[in-house]
Design a protein around this ligand. Structure first.
Ligand SMILES: [Zn+2]
Length: 357
């Protein structure tokens, strides 16, 4: 390629193909060849993807959000880790060979929210990777350098792949929104999920008392092994009753929600007066009926939380570097991605599913 013009390089790249995990139809993901991206443009880097974290969004979109139509085919993957293989003009902060993760949405970088470091409130958010536009589950992806964060030494690609969504989301929920403090008690719903297991570990790490709910006894053992002080099997016990007993009828300071209608009002009932509920999901449905007397008399605070800030990703990676590793359920090579997907669909999953490129 010596002496090739920029246009020739783009043309050459356009002829190349790469592997991509692509959503062909609802719940149908295939490994196909797609055109490789052109060399990175001004302000961009090209990342060679090494690991992606599978999330429910990859398979189902956001369940219960029928209005959020997706255009198929679509390359999945909303969180990933990789290595920079090329840098575009004007990129000075990153270089070829740097190990990195990338933000999961194309934010504008100039609105007030972005300038204040509240990237997930961007007023001009273009697209969410792997949902509105092609995601990270491919050999190469170009990203704006300002949305890329270096991975600290000692953190593997596999673990780092959990930073942008699983760790970042929980960091934002617990510490920016619910403002969980050492010595407080937190109820973590569905403690065996990717974010539930992360919440247990992050809350324990600051010295909170953790009550977790899980769906079976095998998961209860695993949640205890992560450090949960009390674990409730919600299929055999009413968690509201057990939480009242465990807290001497006081209730918990914080409830960590992402299940939705099946547990939401129960989680509110578990709060002490002035308690905080933070939620980032509603996998069991979309709507609930809420008792407003209870809401204002008990002075509950409820936080909706979605995604995280760039700062949260740096905080998440710093926690990993300090030894707070993510809970990995399964790591599969790209050729066996279906094994990972099947695992994600099953109820036995405990922690994150990672596909290695
Ligand atoms: Zn913005």
């Amino acid at each position: 390629m010596t002496g090739a013009t920029a246009l020739e390089r783009v043309s050459a790249a356009a002829g190349r193909t790469m592997r991509a995990l692509t959503l062909i139809a609802d719940r149908k993901i295939e490994l196909i060849d797609v055109p490789a991206p052109p060399p990175p443009g001004p302000g961009e880097v090209q990342i060679g993807i090494k690991a992606i974290g599978l999330n429910h969004i990859d398979v189902w979109g956001w369940r219960g959000m029928a209005f959020a139509k997706r255009k198929l085919p679509l390359i999945v993957g909303s969180e990933a880790a990789g290595e920079i293989v090329a840098v575009g003009p004007d990129v000075e902060t990153l270089k070829v060979g740097d190990r990195v993760v990338a933000y999961g949405a194309l934010t504008c970088g100039v609105c007030k929210a972005c300038r204040d470091g509240r990237d997930n409130l961007c007023e001009n958010v273009g697209s969410i990777m792997g949902f509105h536009v092609d995601g990270f589950a491919r050999d190469l992806v170009n990203m704006p350098a300002r949305l890329v964060v270096p991975i600290p030494a000692g953190v593997s690609f596999r673990d780092a792949a959990c930073a942008p969504v699983a760790f970042g989301t929980v960091q934002h929920m617990l510490f920016d929104n619910a403002k969980l403090e050492p010595g407080e008690t937190i109820l973590v719903q569905a403690g065996g999920s990717g974010i539930g297991s992360t919440a247990i570990k992050m809350a324990k790490a600051i010295g909170a008392t953790v009550i977790a709910t899980v769906g079976d006894d095998a998961k209860a053992e695993k949640a205890k092994a992560l450090g949960a002080d009390h674990v409730i099997n919600y299929n055999t016990d009413r968690f509201e009753t057990v939480v009242r007993k465990l807290t001497g009828k006081k209730g918990v300071d914080v409830a960590f929600e992402h299940v939705g209608p099946d547990t939401f009002n129960g989680s509110l009932l578990c709060l002490k007066r002035g308690g905080r509920l933070v939620t980032c999901g509603s996998t069991s449905g979309q709507s609930i009926t809420m008792n407003l007397f209870q809401l204002y008399l008990q002075q509950y605070r409820i936080f909706g939380s979605f995604g995280c800030s760039m700062r949260n990703i740096r905080e998440a990676l710093a926690k990993m570097a300090a030894g707070l590793s993510p809970v990995i359920d399964t790591e599969v090579p790209l050729a066996e991605f279906e094994r990972g997907l099947n695992r994600l669909e099953g109820r036995q999953v405990f922690g994150k599913i990672i596909v290695m490129f």
